[in-house]
Design a protein around this ligand. Structure first.
Ligand SMILES: [Zn+2]
Length: 71
């Protein structure tokens, strides 16, 4: 029996609801920038976007990037 509350998946639609932005950060060079949420589908799960769309760092070209919600 779990007493954990239901946590909705962190999707693009959820970000829209919460009026939050989508950001990408690079593990290699540490740079961060905002992404346009309109480029992704509402059901896309935020932490999976980097892999799903094979995103790379626009500064150093590294494929080791992470997508995050950002206020
Ligand atoms: Zn980089």
């Amino acid at each position: 029996m779990s007493r954990l509350p239901h946590i909705p998946p962190m999707t693009i639609a959820y970000l829209d609801d919460m009026d939050m932005c989508l950001s990408i950060s690079c593990v290699r060079c540490g740079r961060m920038k905002y992404l346009d949420k309109a480029l992704y589908r509402p059901e896309d799960v935020v932490p999976e976007i980097a892999k799903r769309y094979r995103l790379t760092c626009s500064f150093c070209g590294s494929p080791t990037v992470l997508t995050w919600p950002m206020q």
